[in-house]
Write a protein that binds this ligand. Structure first.
Ligand code: HEC
Length: 113
């Protein structure tokens, strides 16, 4: 009985960080609000500021795409004066979380008539 309990606790401790740190929408929103919003907006629509013409929309984007791009900026494979610095500030978990946030924003598509 006691042994089972400890096994459960150990499993809980092993998996807890994964559950709470990656793919967390709430933590992703926090990163979006505190770091990304100035340029991409919390909604991922680049509607802000003077240089917004150069800032891409990132809402509703495929999550894997966002993760790959952020990791490429972080590793230096992609080099951009702003994004490289920003991606280097992020942990791998923050990259997953913030990508979860922007990929989960839904948008309605309307083709031009
Ligand atoms: C200082 C302004 C600024 C901030 C803050 C910023 N970005 Fe960016 N971001 C840019 C610009 C400018 C580009 C276009 C870079 C390029 O041309 O390579 C970009 C590109 C990107 C791309 C690549 C999009 C694509 O389709 O190629 C992703 C993903 C991205 N940003 C995510 C983020 C996330 C997530 C954050 C917050 C952690 C963030 N950015 C914060 C300015 C910013």
């Amino acid at each position: 009985m006691k042994k089972k309990f400890f096994i459960k606790i150990i499993f809980f401790l092993i998996f807890l960080p994964n559950i709470s740190l990656s793919n967390d929408l709430g933590l992703g929103k926090e990163v979006a609000e505190t770091i990304c919003a100035g340029c991409h907006g919390v909604d991922g629509r680049a509607a802000s500021g003077g240089n917004s013409a150069l800032v891409p929309n990132i809402f509703s984007q495929n999550k894997e795409y966002l993760v790959v791009k952020l990791k490429e900026y972080k590793s230096g494979k992609l080099n951009h004066p702003q994004m490289t610095l920003i991606a280097q500030m992020l942990t791998d978990d923050q990259i997953l979380n913030v990508s979860e946030w922007y990929s989960k924003i839904s948008a309605e598509l309307k083709l031009p008539e």
